[in-house]
Structures are given as structure tokens and as C-alpha cells.
Write a protein that binds this ligand. Structure first.
Ligand code: FAD
Length: 289
């Protein structure tokens, strides 16, 4: 299959891209093309104009600003995977990236594209949910900042206006010495996950959990923060029992069923993967559970 005819635009400036998106009828942003082009080829998506962000330098870069890691939306997944700043400040993101598709798709795919595509089984939205990320959206009306929990609206649905683009993503940097854990279950390496868990734990010298985050993906229409698990751990001494008790809270989710897996099976996966991710996070925080 080939896409329906479209006009191609390659703006160099953010302002130019915003103006194109605001004025062109039936326009879509092109980032890495790893999801959009396939959908266009199958004619799931028919556009009159493609606005390619590849040449907009303002949408690239990684910087530590006020305790946050700020990442340009057009950063390629592969560049983030090998970034020293990402590995140092947001190791959960570094680990999750290795599960996103294949190195070939990561060479082109971008973090902004993955967040905007909003596949429920995508890894990067779950990482943003775990970190309580903030997204900076740009249009001709200017910039607005949206917490990720308000950005993700459901199955491949986001708070983006039709003429808006994700310009940058900000991840709060957790205290040095925190632990992270990431586990997913997919039929084959590189497939979208049937279920997955992303965990962060900040544990004090007394082995008491100061802060916890547990996000599930692939189990519902959008990433799910398991707040009951986080509450069960926070303020408590972390050990194997505490982790199993917390992971059991994943049972409370309302999982989706589809041709790939039933809800009960996803619920089972959510519990098992939550426990594994939390154990890894505790061990990386220096507690031998
Ligand atoms: P594109 O495909 O260019 O665009 C995707 C959508 O986002 C489009 O609607 C586009 O208009 C919009 N968009 C892009 N950038 C922006 C922006 N800055 N602001 C607003 N809207 C924007 N993904 C996973 O998460 N996990 C996987 O396991 C996985 N496996 C894959 C396996 C294969 C074989 C392939 C081909 C893809 C796979 N993907 C997977 C998808 C891949 O990760 C894509 O990179 C990602 O979904 C989209 O990123 P992109 O930059 O290619 O965006």
C-alpha cells in the first residue's frame, strides 16, 4: 500500500512549524515516521499536508534545568538510549528505551512521537507517568505546560490540540541513590508489550521508603499509576513481604482484553511484573530484598 497524495513541508523554525500547523488544512506532524508512515501506507491516516519536524533545531537537546531533565521532543530514541545525562539522571528512561521496538526503529523514532502516538502498550508514556513528567506544547498561541497525567486521555488520545506540537518533555530528577526497575512481557523482543511495569523507589538509610512510583502499561487504555501500591510502600521499611503486598495492589486495575491477551491474564502479568520492577528498584537503591 502507498499513502494518499500529500504536500510535504520542512520548516526550519518552531514558529514556522506552528504557523503551518495553524493554517494548513488536514495537516499532520511527521517526526520519526515509525508509526505515522505505516498508518498512512495502510490508509488508516489520510493527510493533505505533512509537516516534518526533523529540521527544527529548537526541538532537540537534553539539559538539566532546575532539578529536571528537559528533553526536546525530536530527540531520537537511540540518542536518548546512549545519552550520559539520561543514564545519570533518569536511569528508568534509559532502561525502558531498550524495550522500544528495535534499534532500527529507535534510530528514527522520537520521544515526542511516542508520547503523541499514545499507544497504550508504549514504554515511554509509562516512564513519563512514573516520573510525573510535564510536557511543553507549542502552537501559534504560544507555549503551555501540561502534566503528563492530564496529557494522556485514553487509547491513542491526548490533550494535544490539532495545531499543537510537543516541544519538550521535563522529567523531575529523583534524589541521587534512588532505585528504578522496568519489566515488560511481550511475545517477541521488540513487540509492543502485553503488560509492563515501571518503578521508582527513594529509600532512606533506615530502609524506609521515602517516595514510590509504580506505573503499568499495556494493561489499560493508557498508563496507570498504582497509587495503592505506592501508598502501601511509602513510610514503611522495604522488604520482600512489603513488595509482594504492594504488588498485589496491581490486582485492582481494570485490565483490557483483546486478541492478544485476556484481562485476567494481564492482571496476573501486572502483579508479577510490578513485583519484579519493585525488587529491582529496591536493590538498585541499596536494599537487598
Ligand atoms: P511518528 O510516527 O512520526 O508520529 C507518530 C504520531 O505522533 C503521529 O500522529 C504524529 O503526527 C505525532 N507526532 C510526532 N511527533 C509529534 C510532536 N512533537 N508533537 C505532536 N505530535 C507529534 N513503540 C513502542 O513504544 N514500543 C514498541 O515496542 C514499539 N515497537 C515497534 C516496532 C516496529 C516494527 C515499529 C515500526 C514501531 C514500533 N514502535 C514501538 C513505535 C515507535 O516507537 C515510534 O517511534 C513511535 O510510536 C512514534 O515515534 P515517531 O517519532 O516515529 O513518530
Amino acid at each position: 500500500m502507498k499513502p494518499a497524495p500529500f504536500d510535504y513541508h520542512a520548516p526550519r523554525q518552531l514558529k514556522e512549524a506552528a504557523e503551518l500547523l495553524a493554517t494548513l488544512p488536514n495537516a499532520k506532524i511527521l517526526a520519526g515516521g515509525q508509526s505515522l508512515v505505516a498508518m498512512m501506507n495502510f490508509r488508516y491516516v489520510i493527510v493533505d499536508h505533512l509537516v516534518d519536524l526533523a529540521h527544527v533545531d529548537d526541538l532537540r537537546g537534553i539539559a538539566v534545568i532546575d532539578g529536571h531533565l528537559r528533553i526536546g521532543a525530536m530527540m531520537r530514541q537511540r540518542d536518548l538510549e546512549f545519552s550520559a545525562e539520561v543514564a545519570r539522571h533518569c536511569p528508568l528512561l534509559a532502561q525502558a528505551l531498550r524495550h522500544v521496538g528495535h534499534r532500527q526503529t529507535r534510530n528514527r523514532g522520537t520521544i515526542g512521537g511516542s508520547l503523541a502516538h499514545a499507544d497504550p502498550a508504549a514504554e515511554l508514556p509509562a516512564v513519563c507517568a512514573a516520573y510525573d513528567a510535564v510536557l511543553h506544547l507549542a502552537s501559534i498561541r504560544g507555549l503551555r505546560s501540561v502534566p503528563f497525567r492530564d496529557f494522556s486521555l485514553g487509547f491513542m488520545a491526548t490533550a494535544l490540540a490539532p495545531d499543537e506540537m510537543i516541544a519538550a518533555i521535563e522529567l523531575p530528577i529523583w534524589r541521587a541513590g534512588h532505585g528504578h526497575g522496568f519489566h515488560e512481557f511481550a511475545r517477541r523482543q521488540g513487540d509492543f508489550a502485553l503488560a509492563g511495569a515501571a518503578a521508582l523507589l527513594d529509600i532512606g538509610a533506615d530502609n524506609v521508603v521515602r517516595r514510590a512510583a509504580l506505573a503499568l502499561f499495556g494493561v489499560a487504555e493508557q498508563p496507570v499509576r498504582v497509587e495503592a501500591a505506592e501508598a502501601a510502600l511509602t513510610g514503611k521499611v522495604v522488604d520482600a513481604t512489603a513488595i509482594q503486598t504492594a504488588a498485589a495492589a496491581a490486582w485492582l486495575i481494570e485490565p483490557i482484553s483483546d486478541i492478544h491477551a485476556g484481562g485476567d491474564y494481564r492482571r496476573h502479568l501486572a502483579q508479577v511484573l510490578s513485583a519484579r520492577a519493585l525488587v529491582d528498584a529496591a536493590r538498585r537503591a541499596g536494599v537487598d530484598v
